[in-house]
Design a protein around this ligand. Structure first.
Ligand SMILES: Nc1ncnc2c1ncn2[C@@H]1O[C@H](COP(=O)(O)OP(=O)(O)OP(=O)(O)O)[C@@H](O)[C@H]1O
Ligand SMILES: [Mg+2]
Length: 255
């Protein structure tokens, strides 16, 4: 695998929804400034896994995790961990763009204001502009940031959600099929953005699009029925995977 320093990792992670075990003994290292793609058929546990990494699953009644998840070598389940701070450090972008029913500006400014990341008007204006620039949106909407976020196109809304995550200065960004509701041009913009963002952050992306996984990621993990079948550098997974199941899946001969 393409290796550098480990930013985040799961070790022997099991996850249960009541009696149903959705994840079985998953150990994956995520390297700093790299993109890891999670692929596998519907229902194999990709979203469950990614939601463990910032403890979003804590909210699911009857769910339970076993094993370890480490961020900078410290357990995210340690009792001194502040979950709000964890979610600031490990940001998330969802499948469907979900902007708040507020202005473009407020979508980006809201969380940093609550967290005290920027306060003064000019400081906040700068943070909003910088975040919109990083997400590639400033040139398109910089002159109308007081308009409602819902006035943006779907692809722009998704980049606004990315800007919103970036404003919190995350170290890791989780993306669960971030481009699946977008057209090819908007998708390409998101992919270019991922490429730029990895200079600063570690990215974990779930995708059903094999070409997308091949284009954007350094490493790829193949999940099947709650198990990690194989993980390797992306080129290896797509050219000479070790496991027959991986090969069948990536060549579309699955099932
Ligand atoms: N809140 C929940 N309660 C109970 N079971 C759940 C819950 N969420 C997911 N599951 C089950 O856990 C398994 C894994 O689901 P998950 O959403 O992680 O799959 P996925 O790989 O993201 O699939 P998809 O590609 O369709 O998004 C599935 O069998 C699903 O039905
Ligand atoms: Mg999913």
């Amino acid at each position: 695998m393409n290796q550098q320093s480990v930013k985040m990792e799961s070790r022997n992670l099991n996850f249960y929804y009541n009696a149903f075990q959705a994840l079985k003994d998953i150990s994956i290292p995520f390297y700093s400034n790299q993109v890891t793609a999670l692929i596998g058929p519907s229902g194999c546990g990709k979203s469950t896994y990614i939601r463990c990494l910032n403890r979003m699953n804590d909210l699911v009644v009857g769910s339970r995790a076993e094993g370890e998840i480490l961020l900078d070598n410290l357990s995210i389940y340690a009792h001194e961990v502040d979950v709000v701070e964890l979610r600031r450090r490990v940001g998330m972008v969802f499948q469907k763009p979900n902007p708040f029913p507020k202005s473009i500006y407020e979508n980006v400014a809201y969380a940093p204001r609550i967290h005290g990341i920027a306060n003064k008007g000019s400081e906040m204006d700068d943070l909003v502009e910088e975040s919109l620039r990083k997400s590639g949106l400033w040139d398109e909407v910089g002159d109308r940031i007081e308009l409602p976020a819902t006035s943006l196109s779907g692809g722009q809304q998704q980049r606004l959600c990315i800007a919103r995550a970036l404003a919190m200065e995350p170290e890791v960004i989780l993306m669960d099929e971030p481009a699946s509701s977008l057209d090819p041009i908007a998708t390409q913009k998101i992919e270019e953005l991922i490429f730029e963002l990895k200079e600063k952050v570690t990215i974990i992306i779930v995708t059903h699009n094999m070409q997308q996984a091949a284009r954007v990621s350094d490493n790829t993990a193949f999940f099947y029925m709650g198990e990690l079948i194989e993980i390797a550098d992306t080129e290896t997974i797509f050219t000479r995977p070790n496991e027959k199941q991986t090969e069948e899946y990536i060549t579309g001969r699955f099932g």
